[in-house]
Design a protein around this ligand. Structure first.
Ligand SMILES: [Cu+2]
Length: 153
């Protein structure tokens, strides 16, 4: 009798452990599975939004015959500028220090080398005519947190 009792107790304990494993495992699978799906959905939709807004930015930029890019102590006055290929771009340094207008990437400046200008002291400006069409990231090489975009069409 004693042996039968301990055997049936062992059986009950095993059954309870098995049920707990299934319940806990199932819950964990649901929770982590949903988290993964949520992360995928968010990443996918935000990436899509970013791409489409970038595209509309480039497309909505008006390519003028001439454009003025004004730089102050707060950075460039616009997030993007547009100019026709061969048109005039004037870069005006209205900040209190030097400005080195440079093509991305920092620090190699190789994306469009015709956008690499000489250092402009406070109050100076320069006009040049870029010809290579494209959407070019530019920055102040001396303060590379200041960036903008020049679209040449
Ligand atoms: Cu740079």
């Amino acid at each position: 009798m004693e042996e039968n009792n301990s055997n049936s107790i062992k059986f009950v304990v095993l059954m309870v452990a098995a049920v707990l494993l299934i319940v806990v495992g199932g819950l964990a699978w649901m929770v982590f599975g949903q988290k993964d799906n949520d992360a995928d959905d968010t990443g996918g939709s935000s990436a899509t939004n970013k791409t489409s807004s970038n595209d509309s930015d480039s497309q909505s930029v008006v390519a003028a015959e001439s454009v003025e890019i004004v730089f102050t102590d707060d950075g460039f006055d616009k997030s993007s500028y547009g100019v026709k290929s061969g048109g005039e771009v004037t870069v005006k340094n209205n900040s209190s220090g030097d400005l080195q207008f440079s093509s991305d990437d920092h620090p190699t400046h190789l994306d469009d080398t015709e956008l690499n200008l000489e250092v402009l002291a406070a109050g100076e400006s320069i006009t040049f005519s870029p010809e290579t069409t494209g959407t070019w990231g530019v920055h102040d090489h001396l303060h590379d947190q200041f960036t903008t975009t020049l679209v040449v069409k």
